[in-house]
Design a protein around this ligand. Structure first.
Ligand code: AMP
Length: 422
């Protein structure tokens, strides 16, 4: 028997009925980015492995467990976008060209994960980075968070939760890790094995652990804000004031630290209650030392990344969500109507109306179930009756309202007017 090929584990085909949704999301994002003055950047899907280990941290889950590693070549498929963009920022001396580089990207990312709903091995992110000298400014942090929120709203998503926190300056972060280590030391026997190792190597990751017992211990911690300097507190207050001024609802969460090494100051995460266990739609934060850590100049940066698959999953849970579909499907009830359908179809397409016809004729009942499956906005029905009277029957599939309209192959003005209405 001939071997049948299957999809690689953890990947997905994006089929023709889904691609319009992807494009719609991307188009809306591009419009918003233009309004905000972000320019597109595209980096390769692989980079030197060390770029990711240096920027995300040797001990991060992404580096230790999730990177699809092209080991022989010393290359890795990118698990996220920031490191590549920072590499490109440095290599192209963008700090010398502009005061603040506002960049966005839309592309595939790769992580060697155990696939499950909302967790893939190749997935897609839409993200932004704002990088520049002396750009650690609270209103820029607020702008980036507001951009993330408005992006989701523009996709039609309204039911999501924004959590924010601050890690403070690198010195504050060091204090924070000392306090955490102190609090967790006498509970270490109850932590999972991974977290016992994390206690010395990177205590922040314990706050992200999914183990129930660790979550319980973390939940009982009294973290407070004693690790923050006055300057960091004022910085964070300005970010929060700007969000409030813009009526952006947020929740402050001292447990939110994000799994990557490079964050300082503001961090944030947006989740959707309709997504189950993989509920993060997107996340981001400030990374003031990453550029210099990777050999670049002393410049500051902030950014976020959103998961496109998660956004689409959340959208599909919304009952008011309608799949983008064909505007008009033409159905013929008898053989003679097929030619009429073919002529009308060509005129509709010339008028720029997305349309199609069933190339088989059949009973009304069979044809309508086909129309329902395709999800057309309107169905045009052509039969003996319509041919005699020089009409077409146009059915609005949402309201199920049906009208007979005067129409001939030379004159479809009335039909075109209806189909072009929003
Ligand atoms: P992260 O860089 O891990 O903060 O990821 C940013 C966003 O990308 C997450 O909030 C998710 O929406 C999405 N994401 C991360 N990993 C995956 C994955 N394996 N599969 C699908 N989406 C993902």
């Amino acid at each position: 028997m001939t071997k049948k090929f299957s999809l690689p584990r953890g990947t997905a085909d994006i089929l023709p009925d889904e691609t319009p949704l992807w494009r719609d999301i991307e188009d809306k994002a591009r419009k918003i980015f233009a309004i905000y003055g972000y320019q597109e950047i595209r980096t390769p899907v692989f980079e030197e492995t060390a770029l990711f280990t240096r920027s995300l941290g040797e001990t991060s889950d992404v580096v230790q467990k999730q990177m699809l590693n092209l080991e022989k070549e010393g290359l890795a498929l990118r698990p996220e976008g920031t490191a590549s963009i920072v590499r490109s920022y440095i290599e192209n001396n963008l700090d010398k060209k502009e005061r603040l580089s506002k960049l966005y990207y839309i592309g595939s990312m790769f992580r060697g994960e155990r696939p499950q709903k909302g967790r893939l091995r190749q997935f897609h992110q839409i993200g932004v980075e704002a990088i520049g000298p002396n750009s650690s400014l609270p209103y820029l942090d607020a702008e980036v968070i507001i951009l993330a929120v408005n992006l989701l709203k523009s996709f039609g998503l309204n039911d999501f939760k924004l959590k924010i926190n601050t890690l403070g300056s690198p010195e504050d972060k060091e204090n924070f890790s000392k306090i955490l280590r102190g609090e967790l030391k006498n509970k270490s026997a109850h932590l999972c094995e991974d977290c016992q190792n994390r206690l010395e190597r990177n205590v922040f990751r314990i706050l992200d652990c999914k183990n129930e017992q660790c979550k319980k211990i973390v939940g009982e911690l009294k973290i407070g804000s004693s690790y923050l300097s006055e300057a960091s507190k004022t910085y964070f207050k300005n970010v929060k004031d700007a969000l409030e001024f813009s009526s952006v609802a947020y929740e402050e969460s001292s447990q939110l630290v994000r799994g990557l090494d490079y964050y300082t100051h503001t961090v944030f995460e947006i989740s959707s209650p309709s997504l189950g266990s993989q509920d993060a739609l997107g996340a981001g934060g400030r990374y003031n030392n990453l550029v210099s850590q990777l050999g670049g100049p002393e410049v500051d940066g902030i950014g976020f990344a959103m998961g496109v698959e998660r956004i689409l999953l959340a959208l599909s849970q919304d009952p008011s969500f309608v799949k983008a579909s064909l505007n008009c499907l033409i159905l013929s009830l008898d053989e003679a109507s097929l030619l009429r359908a073919f002529q009308i179809l060509s005129i509709l397409r010339s008028a720029g109306i997305s349309s199609d016809m069933s190339h088989r004729f059949g009973s009304m009942k069979n044809q309508m179930s086909f129309a329902d499956k395709i999800g057309a906005r309107y169905v045009m029905i052509l039969g003996e009756d319509e041919a005699k009277k020089g009409t077409v029957t146009l059915k609005n599939m949402a309201t199920r309202e049906q009208n007979e309209i005067k129409a001939s192959a030379d004159n479809l003005t009335e039909v075109i007017k209806i189909l072009k209405e929003e």
